[in-house]
Structures are given as structure tokens and as C-alpha cells.
Design a protein around this ligand. Sequence first.
Ligand code: F6P
Length: 343
Amino acid sequence: MARIGLLTGGGDCPGLNAVIRAVVRKGINTHGHEFVGFRYGWAGVLSADAIDLTHESTSGILHRGGTILGTSRTNVFKEKDGLARVQASLRQLRLDALIPIGGEDTLGVAGKLSEAGVNVVGVPKTIDNDLAGTDFTFGFQTAVQIATDAIDRLHTTAESHNRVIVVEVMGRHAGWIAAYSGLAGGADVVLVPERPFDIDEVCDRLRRRHALGRNFSIVVVAEGATPKDGQLHSEFEATDAFGHARLGGIAIELEREIEQRTGFEARMTILGHVQRGGTPCAYDRVLGSRFGVEAIDAASEGDYGKMVALRGTEIVRVPLSEALAAPKLLDPKVFETAEVFFG
Ligand code: F6P
């Protein structure tokens, strides 16, 4: 029997509660463990702000979006005496191990803590699907479905008005959401961070399509996409504790440029946080539950310094370091498949 702390860090993501429920359910039923949940990610660990997690407090949450624990983008190693404060919290709460559920930043902190001797097992989370070591993160499928539903709706209004509609989706380093939702939604152009775009080529493609008799088009753009000779677009100056700029707004530029250059009427929509909100789809509930069960089994065996991961159809454990080496960029073959349907 052990005492284990859970936390959810970084941007929230549909399926976080499924992981929490699975860790606690399996941990209590099979291993007889006790659990606390830290409030607001690493911020709660730094200040020993935790609640007890029991059968009761984790039941009825499977279908709920967000995270019952709250989250934040707190970087332990940017805080004064961060490591010592984490160690003090673990001692104070008599914890044997931590299960952080997060993306590159949250798990990056977990990796450094692991090197410093803290017992951790990570669970990969991000709607962006850009974490290495796992084929998919939970939350991604839900985000793709939300974006696809939006593209379907934008299709009908684009057709009615003979417009080009630019849809901006999330995806800071990687174009997974853009490529998947673009493919599923029948986009005519998809722009992703991995392939800096040439605005002249985008306009030529739209002109060719319209010359063939189509009078509307859908352009899907990832927030992290950049023009070949330009920079990452951000409407904001601030960066977060991990040095990431707050993105958003490339669609505004594209709407203006496309309309001015082609003469086609254009409108843009930024989907933003709607992609992260609400109930997780079945796939993400199942993946989150499978990750949670594997994470508590790993912790129970003392198999620390690992991240649970999906490889093919199997849930496996990979070293945290492998997961953190570099972001997992969009598979070029997925983009090439989406490209078959452009124009
Ligand atoms: O990292 C996931 C993500 O959804 C990115 O795609 C996006 O840039 C970012 O989070 C937005 O985060 P915030 O909630 O801080 O605005």
C-alpha cells in the first residue's frame, strides 16, 4: 500500500477526469493505495494544496470535460526553491510517488524531478497530439471531432455566400488537429506548422479551384502555421512560464490577404478553446482509462521515471526522457493524404 499524489498540468483536455478516475479506482481496489489530488497542477504541489481522492470524490466524472483538480502552467524550476518545496510537500503529505498528467511542459518538470530522485509516472495529455513516445494522446480525437463539426457547419454557409472561409484550429508545434480535421471536413487547403506556406501558392490554388466552377473554399490553418518568409503570428506579447508565446490570429491575416489578392470574399473563424471544452468522446474516455490503469500499475511496481503510452493498440511504458526529447510532428503521410483532396 502506498500514498500517491495526482496532478493535472498545462492546458486542460477532454479525458483528464477519466485518467484520475481510473488511477484511483484501480489503485484502491487492487492495490489498497491512498490518493491525494494536487490543486492547479504544479502550483498545488509547491504549496502542498491537495484534496483526498476517494471512490466517492472520483465517481461520476468520467464524462465530464476539464479536470476536477484544476490546472495551471506552473514551472517548478522557475520558482524560488522549487525542487525543495516539492520535496517538502511530498514529505508533509507522506507521499511515495507522483502521477502527473500533462503535456511536454508538465512532463518536462516531471522528468527533472525524476532525475532528482522523485518517484514519478507520467501520463501523456494534449489535444495537440504532439508528445513523442506515444502514437496518440487522449483529448486529440475529441478536439478533431469538434473541429470537424465546425468545418461541416462552415461549409454550408461558405457555399451559400460563395466565400472562402478560413478556420483556425489549435496546434502550436504540430499540425495534427489541422490535418485530421481538414481531411475529415474536406478542406481545400490545410496549413500546418511543419510546412511554412507561400501565400501566393495558397491564392493560386483557390483561383484554380474557383476557375473550375467551385465558388467557395475552406482553408484550415493551425495556429502555429507560419508564412515562408514570416513569423509565428500572435496577437499577444506575453509568454508563459515555459517561454511559449500565446498564439492565435493567423486566420485574421489569411482572411485579409486572400480577399485582397484573389478578390474572393473571405471570412475567418478562430475555434480556440471550444476545441478543449466539453465532454470527451468515447475514444478519449477509453484511452484515458487505459492510461490511468497502466500508470497506477507502474507506480505499484515501482517502475518510475516512465510515461505510459499507446503503441499501435497496446498500452506500454516508455522512459520519460524518450517522450520529452522532441515534439512529435505531423506524420508527412497524413498531410500527403489530406493534400490529395486540396483544390
Ligand atoms: O498545448 C495545447 C494548447 O491547446 C495549444 O494548442 C494552445 O496554443 C495552447 O494550449 C493554448 O493554451 P491556453 O489555454 O494557455 O490559452
